[in-house]
Design a protein around this ligand. Structure first.
Ligand SMILES: [Zn+2]
Length: 200
């Protein structure tokens, strides 16, 4: 990384539990840490012709920021099906998502809607740990859903994410920068998610 841009890391920090923070245990691999507040840009490998925003990597240093996913780890997880909780590859038979609690619907050019997932998948064992440790999943009684075999596509987002305005201001104007990405699922899985959400 050369140069770099900084984002503010204001906000209350979580208090470390007695045994400390453990990535893959009580801290998901994909979340940011307080010492990871600087960014740079690099040619994208997942989106040829575009430039990726990359975030400095210092996992485990400082305190975890549960509300902010790490931009580079998130993209790696989304592109390579790495587990949101532990960071290891999820084989197709052990790959789950929480589509009722995360992601949303995207309207396609033909006016149909498709489910768009914005959190990397998890192993079933990691999903069960997340159900116990994540207040959001626990209060929603979230259940993991098997990742579909139906084809899905990784789509880039070049619009500025909320909270990243200060970083965006320092970026070169003439570049299309990938801030984040999501996975666009097929019509069958979309129907399944609509039914889970009581929409179908
Ligand atoms: Zn895992």
């Amino acid at each position: 990384m050369t140069g770099g841009f900084s984002a503010s890391t204001d906000g209350p920090l979580p208090v470390a539990p007695a045994g400390g923070w453990v990535i893959g245990g009580n801290v998901p691999w994909s979340v940011s840490w307080t010492e990871e507040g600087s960014y740079d840009i690099r040619l994208s490998t997942d989106f040829p012709g575009l430039v990726d925003l990359v975030q400095v990597e210092r996992p485990g240093v400082g305190a975890p920021r549960f509300a902010a996913l790490h931009i580079s780890r998130h993209r790696l997880g989304m592109a390579g099906h790495l587990c949101h909780v532990c960071g290891k590859a999820t084989p197709p038979r052990d790959r789950y998502v929480f589509p009722k609690e995360s992601g949303g619907f995207v309207v396609m050019p033909d006016d149909s809607s498709r489910y768009a997932g914005n959190v990397p998948p998890v192993h079933l064992a990691c999903a069960k740990r997340a159900q116990q440790l994540c207040p959001h999943l626990r209060s929603a009684f979230a259940e993991p859903v098997a990742f579909p075999r139906e084809e899905s596509r990784l789509i880039e987002r070049t619009s500025v994410m909320p909270g990243m305005e200060a970083v965006a201001r320092d970026l070169p104007r003439n570049l299309k920068v990938v801030f984040t990405c999501y996975r666009l699922f097929g019509p069958r899985f979309t129907k399944q998610v609509q039914q889970l959400r009581g929409l179908g």
